[in-house]
Design a protein around this ligand. Sequence first.
Ligand code: MRU
Length: 359
Amino acid sequence: MPPGFPELFRLGDGWEALHMLDQARLPGEECHVALRSAVDVARSIRTLQVRGAPAIGIAGALGLALELRRLARAGTAPAPEAARQAHDLLFAARPTGRNLGWGLRRVLEAFLDGYESDPGGSVDRACDAALGVWEGEVRRCRSIGEHALEVIPDAGATILLHCNAGALATGGLGTATAPLYLAHEQGRTLRAFAGETRPVLQGARLTAWELSRAGIPVTVVTDSMAGALMASGVVDLVIVGADAVAPDGTVVNKIGTYGLAVLADYHAVPFYVAAPSTTLEPRLEAMDIPVEERDDTEVRSCGDRLLVPPDASVWNPAFDRTPPHLITAILTEAGILRPPFAPRLRTLAQDTPGALPDG
Ligand code: MRU
């Protein structure tokens, strides 16, 4: 996390609990929730106490290891079937982000590998794998930032961000925000605009919270102001995160990303996507990547206030798909990928052993 930030995840002694910053309460309250089982962790993912693809992947991996520890402590040496059930429960918590399946698979494989010959060591191996998933996501964020510094103008850059692809979404420096944190650390002047990101307001609540905490000037705009903002000529570049990157370079990310990409194209503003290799989807085509539809209450009301008349229906997809021709480059831990994306994404997959799901 950037210096001075509250910890996103903290493990209690002996893995008896995962203490997690409750992002659903930010920016009003900074508090941690104690999660003690896979059921707890799955609920926290569904209710957005933890969100952002890499952070969900870390939470899932730690949640599976925590569950195996819990079963072992309760006296039931966990059997492969119990591990698979906990995996499936956590995997179903949110369907779109690829990091969750990747992190869970690393932990399940570590548990199952060697189970026959050394069942007693399986839980330890699963815990080590979960810690590795956490450490890996943090490390990849920093590398993305180091490579992506190149796309940030040396002085006075104005960057438009969407949703939260920051420290809160990753446990590290963020993906989209990593170059901003590193540029700021180097003393370069920059400022950000954060799109509020209806309906859950991750941009207004979370990105604005973390950038202002880090001392980076940030201005919140509603989503409908993005066109006027770009037309005004102040935006140098847009950087967004990703929940999944299809083999052709189509990016699935927070609803509103596609609209921003169209606007950026129209106004000739470079449009970058920051994504670690753990977000790549090697098998499914763009249209086959599931897009989560969330409860209509997120759109119908804001706090206690009703916004939509009860007789009107609501459509609430959490993500959209941005086609590759609207993307200037994909910022990864291995470097900056420019079009054509398909062969470069394939190479990244091949060059990153263990970074991709194998089936
Ligand atoms: O619904 P959320 O808040 O989990 O959506 C988050 C995003 O869409 C992020 O841009 C994405 O997960 C990348 S986070 C580095």
